[in-house]
Design a protein around this ligand. Structure first.
Ligand code: T46
Length: 335
C-alpha cells in the first residue's frame, strides 16, 4: 500500500510525508512544485497539475493506495473580487473532482481531504460542531464547500472520505497575515483590533493538522467531517497583549467598532483595493470557536499546540528571518 499525497509539497504535506515515512510507509508526493526537502530521499515525487485530469491520471493511482488531497489555492495572495472565482475553483473544486475521478477509475476508495472552517460563514451556534449550518462568505469557502458536496456523492458510490475543516493553520515556514501584525508590534505602533478583542481567536498548528490526516488513515478513513482547531483559545486581547509583552514592545491595543471597520473594508473591497479578504474580516469579531471533540472521540486526535505558544513561535520565526537567520522547520513543541 502507498500513501499518495496530492499537494504534498505544501505547508501541511511537508509535515505529513515524513511522518508517514517514519511509520515505515511508502509515500508518493504529487504536486506542481518540488521543494528541496530532505525527506525526498525517501519519498517519490511525481509532478502533477490537479487542474488537468490527464496529469492526475498520469500519477497512476492503484486500488490499495491511500490518497490525501492537500492541493489548494489559499486566501493569500489576496485577489480582487472579480478574479476570486477563477482563482479558487480550478484547483480547489475541479482539482478535487479530478482526483476523485482518477480514484474511481483506479478503484482506489480511500481519501483524506482538507476543506476549511470557512464553509460555516457567520457563527450561528456556539460552540461550532460539525453540524453547524454551512453558508460560506466567499469564493474560497464555496470552492471548498462544493468539494464536500462532491464527497457526499462519491461516498454514496462506495468511497471512504474523511474531511477536515481546519481553522487558520500556523507553524514554522508560514507567517502569512501575521507578518503585518508583527511589524506593528516591532515598531511599537498601535495595534487595531476588529471589535473589542474580547472574542477568542483559534488557530490550528500545522503539526496537529498533519497528525489528523495520519489519525484518519489509522482509524480506517471514516466517512465523516472533522473540525480542526486548538483547545481553549484565549481572547484576541489576551493573545495579543501577551505577545506585545513577550516582544518588549510599547504597542497598545486599540479596540474598534467592528461594524465600522468591516464596512470600511467592504468599501475598499468594492473599489478593488482589498487589504483583507471578506471571508477573514467578516468573522474577525465573532465568537468563532470550533468544537474539536468529534475528532478526539472518533480518531483519538487531540491538538497538542496552544494558540499563545504558536503565536510566540511565529513571532520568533519572524524575528529570526529579519535577523537573517535560517528559518527553523523542525518540529518545535509548543509547551
Ligand atoms: C495551485 C496548485 C497547488 N498545488 C500544490 C502546491 C502546494 O504544494 C499545495 C498547497 O499547499 P499550501 O502550502 O499552499 O497549502 P496548505 O496550507 O498545505 O493547505 C492545507 O490546508 C488548507 C486549509 C487547505 O485548504 C488545503 O487543502 C490543505 O492542503 O498544493 C498543486 O499541487 N496543484 C495546483 O494546481
Amino acid at each position: 500500500m502507498r500513501h499518495v499525497i496530492f499537494g504534498g509539497d505544501g505547508f501541511v504535506g511537508r509535515y505529513l510525508a515524513p511522518k508517514l515515512v517514519a511509520d515505515g510507509e511508502e509515500v508518493v508526493v504529487a504536486d506542481i512544485a518540488r521543494s528541496d526537502l530532505p525527506h525526498y530521499r525517501n519519498v517519490r515525487f511525481i509532478k502533477c497539475d490537479v487542474t488537468d485530469p490527464a496529469s492526475v491520471t498520469a500519477v497512476g493511482l492503484k486500488a490499495d493506495d491511500m490518497v490525501y488531497n492537500l492541493s489548494a489555492k489559499m486566501l493569500s495572495p489576496i485577489q480582487v473580487r472579480a478574479k476570486r472565482h477563477d482563482f479558487f475553483f480550478p484547483v480547489n473544486f475541479h482539482g478535487t473532482e479530478h482526483i476523485m475521478q482518477a480514484m474511481d477509475k483506479a478503484a482506489a476508495p480511500k481519501l483524506v481531504h482538507y476543506t476549511t472552517d470557512m464553509i460555516y460563514g457567520h457563527t450561528v451556534t456556539q460552540p461550532m460542531t460539525e453540524e453547524h449550518p454551512v453558508a460560506p462568505l466567499g469564493e474560497y469557502g464555496w470552492s471548498k464547500q462544493k468539494t464536500e458536496e462532491l464527497a457526499a456523492e462519491w461516498r454514496k458510490r462506495g468511497m471512504s472520505i474523511s474531511l477536515f475543516r481546519p481553522r487558520l493553520i500556523i507553524g514554522p515556514g508560514r507567517l502569512g497575515i501575521l507578518e503585518k501584525l508583527f511589524k506593528l508590534i516591532d515598531w511599537s505602533f498601535p495595534v487595531p483590533m476588529i471589535g473589542s478583542g474580547r472574542n477568542p481567536y483559534q488557530f490550528i498548528s500545522v503539526f496537529d493538522c498533519a497528525e489528523a490526516a495520519r489519525a484518519a488513515w489509522k482509524a480506517g478513513v471514516p466517512n465523516e467531517a472533522y473540525n480542526l482547531g486548538s483547545l481553549n483559545p484565549p481572547p484576541v486581547k489576551k493573545l495579543l497583549g501577551d505577545l506585545i509583552r513577550h516582544a518588549g514592545s510599547k504597542s497598545i491595543l486599540i479596540p474598534t467598532p467592528g461594524w465600522a471597520v468591516k464596512r470600511t473594508l467592504d468599501l475598499l473591497d468594492l473599489m478593488n483595493m482589498p487589504i483583507m479578504d471578506p471571508e477573514q474580516y467578516l468573522i474577525a469579531d465573532e465568537e468563532c470557536v470550533l468544537d474539536v471533540s468529534k475528532a478526539e472521540r472518533q480518531l483519538g486526535w487531540v491538538p497538542q499546540y496552544r494558540d499563545e505558544d504558536m503565536l510566540i513561535a511565529a513571532y520568533s520565526e519572524y524575528r529570526a528571518k529579519k535577523a537573517g537567520h535560517a528559518v527553523a522547520t523542525k518540529h518545535v513543541p509548543a509547551e
